[in-house]
Ligand binder design. Structure first.
Ligand code: 13P
Ligand code: SF4
Length: 336
């Protein structure tokens, strides 16, 4: 019996990928076995694997496309695959489904949610919107389909400034759900946005004090940060951008050392692209690994394999919500 057959037998005992724990000591399959098995399924299903930079390195390595939230939605909008395997979090896979109602969209672990999306419950947001009847709503893509359905335009961290700049100056705007990105957009555009007070638990975990200490220990290092970080961290950054923008900045820069204030999954690509540069993850407040997104990291190579094998868990959503959520996403794609 080949290793691959053994692997399939062992893994097939688990029907639902969501039931798998993060580590599975009973499996002795190597990442290479799983890579081969996933490649085989990819051809069989005519599937494409889309992955975010915050995924585990082995998932990044097997992805057909790796990117930030904007890049991933652009890929989802143009793929010819029959099956989209989304190695990311729920709102990302949901966006892919909104764009592709006839395709099967799989998320390796349905519990891969997002604290930022959770910080904006639809009923409360509906009341907030009603309290500002003259405002249009621009929502960060990190929100549920219900919130997207209540929005006029969606944006991501890489196009938020560009999109707000395209709105006539007299038009009042609600920006949801991330208050940190919203504040950053206000600074960059000079616009007065009404902010929903949501935030990301990962990007709010960075400690200004520890970043300043790190900078003292590494005086040559350039601090770069994601706009979901708090202002106390952003004010120390020489460059602020989406994950893709941060990666490109490190590649273009002559600097040799960087302190990276975002989820450290992106460092895998930075090190691959620039093996002679040094990337130091910004530390969290406590001595914990809480700068790793606990939702993104629920996906594993094993769960990805099982999702493809069993064609589950699948993303579904009510058609009325999907249609309403599609419009603001299409506006974003056209304005990007
Ligand atoms: P980007 O993908 O736009 O860089 O955003 C990062 C993030 O937090 C995704 O959840
Ligand atoms: Fe959500 Fe933050 Fe994780 Fe991104 S890093 S998926 S915003 S919890």
């Amino acid at each position: 019996m080949t290793t691959n057959t053994l692997l399939q037998e062992e893994l097939s005992t688990t029907v639902f990928a969501t039931a798998l724990p993060k580590t599975q000591p009973h499996l002795d399959a190597t990442p290479q076995d799983l890579f081969a098995a996933i490649e085989e399924l990819k051809h069989k299903l005519n599937a494409v694997i889309l992955a975010h930079y915050y995924q585990d390195p082995d998932i990044q390595d097997i992805a057909d496309y790796l990117g930030d939230s904007l890049g991933l939605s652009q890929q989802a909008a143009k793929t010819n695959a029959d099956v989209i395997v989304f190695a990311g979090v729920h709102f990302m896979a949901e966006t892919a489904k909104i764009l592709n109602p006839d395709k099967l969209v799989l998320l390796p672990d349905l519990n891969a949610g997002c604290s930022l999306a959770d910080s904006c419950p639809p009923q409360e947001f509906k009341a907030f919107k009603q309290a500002h009847p003259d405002h249009i709503v621009i929502s960060y893509i990190n929100c549920s389909a219900e919130i997207k359905a209540m929005s006029d335009i969606i944006c991501t961290s890489s196009n938020a400034v560009k999109i707000v700049n395209q709105i006539p100056k007299h038009q009042p705007i609600i920006f949801a759900p991330d208050r940190n990105l919203g504040r950053y957009v206000m600074e960059q555009t000079g616009r007065d946005l009404v902010l929903w007070q949501g935030s990301c638990i990962v990007h709010e975990t960075f400690s200004e004090k520890k970043i300043v200490q790190l900078k003292i220990e590494h005086p040559e290092a350039t601090i770069i940060a994601h706009p979901e970080c708090e202002p106390s961290v952003l004010r120390h950054a020489s460059y602020i951008g989406s994950t893709t923008a941060l990666l490109k900045y490190c590649q273009a820069s002559d600097d040799k050392e960087f302190i990276v204030a975002t989820e450290p999954g992106i460092i895998h690509q930075m090190e691959k692209a620039e093996p002679n540069k040094r990337f130091i993850p910004a530390p969290a407040m406590n001595n914990c690994a809480c700068n790793e997104c606990p939702y993104m990291r629920l996906n594993t190579l094993e769960k990805l394999y099982l999702a493809m094998k069993h064609k589950a868990p699948e993303i579904t959503l009510p058609e009325d919500i999907r249609i309403a959520a599609l419009k603001p996403i299409e506006r974003m794609l056209a304005m990007s």
